[in-house]
Design a binder for this molecule. Structure first.
Ligand code: GLT
Ligand code: MN
Ligand code: MN
Length: 389
């Protein structure tokens, strides 16, 4: 059994806003006072995290003067150097200030859209200064409760306009940045545009620089809506579009809980980790989660340790799964190919291959009788996960 101690090579990251979450919710105010961003960075470094991510305003308060900004940023940079923690990802807060109450890039008001664009340009500069190579776009306020208020086609055009502008900007500055779009179906808006990973992937192909834009899927966001996150991530991965990932815990049908990674649905977390490991996902593994409202400041760090430890435990379970003789024998049986059919299926269309397809010996009655021992397979998976294998 491994010792489950995080290494820099695991590329575990936390947002400043995650370990700095004061425990407020829509029904009650903060329950704890977070330590400063500088202290958060030091503590994350001690715990073995590789990186820290931030929104512009997690570090530089909204409305700070240029002088204040520079002082805060230089102290933060010093903390990064001292702790050996890097900033792999940055993003913009386009949701807290009242100016964004009806959207940022998709607001009906061109002045609000221009303000959002300018804020993002400045925030991209901040990210670049701190070394971030991934820039996340989470359109928390880009949606509606009243569909009469906004034309949904126009909203998409506006969102595209902003992203095209910003990708040209990042290119013009030689920032070497990639953009990652983060879908969420609802909350804080009643409905948010581009609600799923698939919707984002479709939208990306319409952008001016699709090659520099991918996705940042979040476990909680798909799980709220009852979707299979493992499937969504697999699609992004297969398309080469998994630029970043937000890992956390969530029960279906609830508000956005942002629980500790591993807190809920171990089996789906297991298949997610197995996917990332089997396909050698090499990007940051970001825990976009926060400690429970019941946690005191010490328990916040238990939360952070728990996220990383749970990932490493599931990673070891994935290795165990891949090495388990009984499970692997079953998988081999299930995946036993047929050389003639495989050859036809992979050869693409041609007149000859069409003829080969027609001449294959395919007996549907016999094929339907082939055993599919999935009960056995799933039970073995369960027993492996629960540690009785
Ligand atoms: C916010 C949201 C997250 C996003 C963050 C990036 S902010 O916490 O709930 O899912 O990833 O803007
Ligand atoms: Mn979330
Ligand atoms: Mn997120």
């Amino acid at each position: 059994m491994g010792n489950f101690v995080p290494q820099k090579s695991d590329k575990f990251t936390f947002g400043l806003w995650t370990v700095g979450n004061p425990g407020a919710d829509p029904f009650g105010g903060p329950v704890r006072t977070p330590v400063t961003p500088v202290e958060r960075v030091h503590k994350l470094g001690e715990l073995g995290a590789w990186g820290v991510n931030l929104h512009d305003n997690d570090l530089v308060p909204f409305g700070a003067s240029a002088q204040q900004r520079d002082k805060i940023v230089s102290e933060f940079k010093q903390a990064l150097t001292d702790s050996g923690v890097v900033v792999p990802m940055a993003t913009t807060n386009l949701f807290s200030h009242p100016v964004f109450k009806d959207g940022a890039f998709t607001s009906n008001d061109p002045k609000v859209r221009a303000f959002a664009l300018r804020k993002t340009v400045e925030s991209i500069d901040l990210g670049a200064e701190l070394g971030a190579k991934i820039y996340v776009f989470w359109g928390g306020r880009e949606g509606t409760e009243v569909d009469a208020s906004k034309d949904a086609v126009t909203a998409l055009k506006r969102f595209r306009e902003a992203l095209d502008f910003l990708s040209e900007y990042a290119i013009s500055q030689n920032y070497g940045m990639k953009f990652a779009l983060e879908p969420k179906p609802n909350e804080p808006r009643g409905d948010i545009y581009l609600p799923t990973v698939g919707a984002m992937l479709g939208f990306i192909s319409t952008l001016a620089h699709p090659e520099m834009v991918g996705v940042n899927p979040e476990y909680a966001h798909d799980t709220i809506a009852g979707l299979n996150f493992y499937h969504a991530v697999a699609q992004a991965l297969e398309m080469g579009k998994l630029f970043h990932i937000d890992l956390n815990g969530q029960k279906p049908g609830r508000f956005d809980q942002d629980l500790r990674f591993g807190q809920e649905d171990y089996k789906s977390n297991f298949f997610l980790v197995k996917l990332l490991e089997d396909y050698k996902y090499d990007g940051p593994k970001h825990f976009d989660a926060h400690a429970l409202r019941t946690s005191d400041p010490a328990d916040v760090w238990e939360f952070a340790k728990g996220c990383m430890r749970s990932y490493l435990i599931l990673k070891e379970k994935a290795q165990q799964f891949n090495a388990d003789p009984e499970i692997q024998a079953l998988l081999q049986e299930i995946n036993a190919g047929d050389a003639a059919s495989d050859a036809v299926l992979s050869a693409g269309f041609s007149t000859e291959n069409l003829a080969a397809l027609k001449s294959l010996d395919l007996d549907p009655e016999a094929l339907a009788l082939k055993p599919l021992p999935y009960e056995k397979l799933d039970q073995l998976t369960f027993e492996l996960l629960l540690g009785v294998r």
